[in-house]
Design a binder for this molecule. Structure first.
Ligand code: PLP
Length: 384
């Protein structure tokens, strides 16, 4: 097999698509060390700087000492601790939902939600925004379903497709992200929710990049609309600074997932140190309005600066600010110049984004300062 592995790798390399793991070391808020050099980190998803917050570290250690480093089994065997249920209650209150359920990761949640939902009836029609995350595509494929993709944030197109392909299905699912991970733009959840109700569809929203950052007290964009999406998924691995994921929704939905979601049933429960960090993040995130305002202002300043340089940052209006480059080689070149100048701005290429839309994806954090943003703009100006 090794010769096959080598051949597959060589093919990737020939296309300029070989991916490699390059280590970094944390070096204080918003900074990383790579190859012995300190870099300004504009590529991580630690939007509120919580990955090193003393309260999260402390509670994580505390819960490890009290409850152990492992959870010993899956949730349905002996893996459910009082701590899991308490964190789920705290989360449901934060998100304003009836019930909540923890998952091992966002990828795993998405990979398992769709097969569970699709087991409910013989005829399912799934309508997904063209730009949803790879884990959602995986979940739908694992369910053995084809998805109907609507053009990005184009809800007239969605309605056309619901009319044309949704009518005789037993269940219609509409799937979107609330903040798109590679574009930093937002879905209009108010409108999507109205469309879902009109067409009797079940609305699934991935809030991975909005949780902690947007919406009332950082509870996500789904928390600010009147008719909430039917299933809200989100992660603790980005703004909440640790690891793991969740689903929020009705009590019957959560009880059903406990019975039908393979990724929950056959996987070990989240361990106490991770739960401790999540618990601490849920305590402090609602009170971080100042950091959220700072982050929004910083992102706006960054976008204005990019526009002034004649750069295209698409429809971004969040802390995720891409510069659209197009070609893969040029994008890699810009990433290289940035890194040489002490800035980590990672090149994102196909298949993560559609062909011809390679970009540098800048992710801002509330720990960045205006000076940091000016530094990046300065380097980009010179590089151009
Ligand atoms: C990061 C991400 C996930 C996966 O979450 P992990 O906890 O990192 O596995 C799922 N959906 C979206 C939109 C993401 O950006």
């Amino acid at each position: 097999m090794d010769s096959r592995f080598r051949k597959a790798l060589e093919e990737r390399e020939a296309k300029g698509r070989l991916r490699q793991l390059r280590p970094v070391a944390p070096a204080g808020p918003g900074r990383l060390m790579r190859d012995g050099r300190e870099l300004l980190d504009f590529s991580s998803n630690d939007y509120l700087g919580l990955a090193h917050h003393p309260l999260l570290v402390e509670r994580s250690c505390e819960w490890a000492r009290e409850l152990g480093t492992g959870s010993r089994a899956s949730r349905l065997v002996t893996g459910t601790l009082d701590a899991h249920l308490a964190v789920e209650r705290k989360l449901a209150a934060f998100k304003g939902s009836e019930a909540a359920l923890l998952f091992a990761s966002g990828w795993q949640a998405n990979a398992t939600i769709f097969p569970a939902l699709c087991a409910l009836a013989p005829k399912i029609a799934i309508f997904a925004d063209r730009l949803v995350h790879a884990s959602i595509h995986h979940g739908i494929a694992a369910a053995g379903q084809r998805q109907v993709r609507f053009r990005h944030n184009d809800y007239d197109h969605l309605e056309e497709l619901l009319e044309a392909k949704g009518r005789d299905a037993d269940i219609r699912l509409v799937v979107t992200e609330s903040v798109f991970s590679m574009d930093g733009d937002r879905a209009d959840l108010e409108r999507l929710s109205a469309i879902a109700r009109k067409h009797d569809a079940f609305l699934v929203v991935d809030e991975a990049h909005a949780t902690g950052v947007l919406g009332p007290k950082g509870a996500g964009l789904s928390a600010e609309i009147e008719h909430k999406p039917d299933l809200v998924m989100g992660t603790f691995s980005k703004a909440l600074g640790s690891f793991g994921a969740f689903v929020c929704g009705s009590a019957p939905l959560v009880d059903y997932l406990v019975n039908a979601a393979s990724g929950l049933i056959y996987s070990t429960a989240l361990p106490p140190p991770v739960l401790g960090a999540i618990d601490a993040a849920l305590d402090i995130v609602p009170g971080m309005d100042k950091q959220r305002t700072d982050l929004a202002r910083l992102s706006e300043k960054f976008r204005s600066g990019l526009h002034a340089l004649g750069l295209d940052c698409g429809a971004s209006d969040t802390q995720i600010v891409p510069i659209m480059v197009g070609g893969e080689e040029e994008t890699l070149k810009i990433a290289e110049i940035l890194e040489k100048s002490g800035i980590l701005g990672i090149a994102i290429r196909p298949p993560t984004v559609p062909n011809g839309s390679s970009r540098i994806r800048f992710a801002l954090s509330s720990v960045h300062s205006e000076k940091h943003v000016e530094q990046v703009l300065d380097v980009l100006g010179k590089a151009l």
